[in-house]
Write a protein that binds this ligand. Structure first.
Ligand SMILES: [Zn+2]
Length: 331
């Protein structure tokens, strides 16, 4: 039997699985992502977790290791360069794992892994044009176009969360740009957008009558993304209006994906979408027609749920030919 290891490096958790060559996950393990310290600590944590998992399953040898990671990445060096949510820079990943286990190590960004996971293990089997969109604390995507996994010159394509959805650019994105999709509808930024909407569009009167007002005792700075969605599910008028606005912006984003990539299937994952599938999907399906020129694809929540990047990492380990050779430096 041949075994493969997949690693999902998130901002909070590292999740690892070992699977057979048929993609059956035999065991999984997870650990907290170190937030600070010497950059080599991250690969040490991963190495220890992999060792522990292999030993308890009596697996002596694996064929390769695939990794889907938060970015930004330098794929030619196999490092995470300067992740926004972790206080470390130039974190080496591929080389230490390669030296420790003596097997090929393949690193790609999490959404790039995700879309390949969808193709190999999820809803995208036998589909050659598909897009995976994640609506999480940030917004990201991965694309397969004409059967090829899209990388771009540095391996960062497609940075879909950073398309401009507001010409006036009222909100600034974590990346420094103005008017980006993620600055409005990324989970981390939704509260800021809600505050702007209350101030400039819906007005303080509606706020005072809303469930949200009671939840935060009138302080708009205390509004959270979870509160907005849970109040909307309880039919709170203001929360529903905010969710409508998010829906409009998400629809513009998805329309851009359709117009640019012409996919047959778009799957959506990430905590915001997985926790609120109805509230996220419905406005997109209802309004997408207004914005697209290309034939409308199937749009659905990913069946792989929370595990999509982990499956993607395994898919990468098993199918490295999807990665351009210049990004396969540790094989
Ligand atoms: Zn941005």
């Amino acid at each position: 039997m041949k075994y493969f290891v997949g690693v999902d490096i998130g901002a909070t958790w590292i999740r690892i699985a070992v699977a057979t060559e048929h993609g059956k996950i035999i065991d999984r393990i997870k650990g907290r992502t170190p937030q600070r310290g010497n950059p080599s600590i991250l690969s040490s944590v991963i190495i220890n977790l992999i060792r522990k998992m292999l030993i308890r399953n009596n697996i002596r040898r694996v064929e390769s290791i695939g990794i889907g990671s938060i970015g930004p990445l330098d794929l030619t060096k196999g490092v995470i360069t300067n992740p926004p949510n972790i206080s470390m820079e130039n974190i080496p990943i591929s080389k230490p794992l390669y030296e420790e286990f003596n097997v090929p190590v393949y690193l790609v960004n999490d959404c790039t892994a995700g879309v390949l996971g969808e193709k190999i293990f999820g809803a995208g089997k036998n589909i050659d044009n598909l897009f995976y969109l994640t609506l999480s604390s940030g917004i990201g995507g991965g694309a397969i176009v004409d059967g090829k996994l899209l990388f771009g010159k540095d391996g960062n394509a497609p940075e879909i969360g950073h398309i401009v959805v507001d010409l006036k650019g009222k909100l600034k994105c974590g990346c420094g740009g103005y008017g980006h999709w993620e600055a409005y509808a990324g989970g981390k930024n939704i509260p800021k957008y809600a505050k702007l909407l209350i101030k400039e569009k819906f007005g303080i009167c509606i706020f005072k009558k809303s469930k949200l007002y009671n939840m935060v005792k009138g302080d708009t700075d205390k509004i959270t993304t979870e509160m907005i969605f849970s109040a909307a599910k309880e039919n709170d008028e203001l929360a529903k209006l905010i969710v409508d606005e998010l829906g409009r912006i998400n629809t513009i984003g998805v329309a851009t994906i359709i117009n640019v990539f012409d996919p047959e299937l778009i799957t959506i994952g990430g905590a915001i979408a997985l926790n609120n599938p109805e509230l996220i999907l419905k406005p997109i399906l209802e309004n997408i027609r207004k914005y697209v020129i290309n034939r409308i694809p199937k749009i659905e929540i990913t069946p792989l749920g929370d595990d999509i990047v982990l499956y993607g990492a395994l898919a990468i380990a098993m199918n490295p030919h999807y990665i351009p050779s210049k990004f396969r430096r540790f094989e």
